[in-house]
Ligand binder design. Sequence first.
Ligand SMILES: CC(C)(COP(=O)(O)OP(=O)(O)OC[C@H]1O[C@@H](n2cnc3c(N)ncnc32)[C@H](O)[C@@H]1OP(=O)(O)O)[C@@H](O)C(=O)NCCC(=O)NCCS
Length: 182
Amino acid sequence: MLQGKRLILRPLTEADVTDQYIAWLNDPEVNRFLETRFERHDAATVARFVRDKMDSPTDHLFGMFLDHGQRHIGNIKLGPVNVHHATAPISLFIGNKTAWGKGYAQEAIALVTRFGFMDKGLHKLEAGCYEHNQGSRRAFEKCGFLVEGTLKSHRVSEGERTDVILLGLTRDRWVSTHATDS
Ligand SMILES: CC(C)(COP(=O)(O)OP(=O)(O)OC[C@H]1O[C@@H](n2cnc3c(N)ncnc32)[C@H](O)[C@@H]1OP(=O)(O)O)[C@@H](O)C(=O)NCCC(=O)NCCS
């Protein structure tokens, strides 16, 4: 379990697969920038996803919880860890739209970044977001991630081709700039 100022992050289990969680994944406003939007989600598909991640030695799927761990607002994942290169991607979504814009993404990214570097001994973390997903990009940048590149015309979003921004954070940079933030 990872404890932040307001958030608790804990490994997600099948008991967390509620109607609310399934509805988030099928909500076009929530999944607008997520690759998961191409599938319809139900209790069986989401439970299978959570089970797969629980069983995986290289994935760490956390739920983000408010109110002392009582209120689930979204998920954040570290993985799959590349053990040869000591790297891993971070991805996240906040399903509860009333929780957007309150700094929870930044808090969750900071906690998982610490977990990746300190607990998993990783050397570098990565993330990617659609060019116009300003919230995601800003949240990663505020945790120390730097834009490292652009995949031009890489995805289709709302009928238009869009670039994907690649972000990265090395352990050395994190130690010297952001390690005391979380
Ligand atoms: C994108 C998302 C993770 C951002 O989470 P959040 O908790 O609202 O973000 P934060 O409150 O931590 O904001 C971080 C920064 O981004 C800015 N920001 C947040 N949403 C924004 C938006 N829609 N447009 C522009 N800036 C935005 C915030 O103002 C803040 O910057 P500041 O401190 O300089 O003001 C959340 O909206 C979400 O889960 N959306 C749906 C799924 C998704 O897009 N996931 C990411 C896939 S890459």
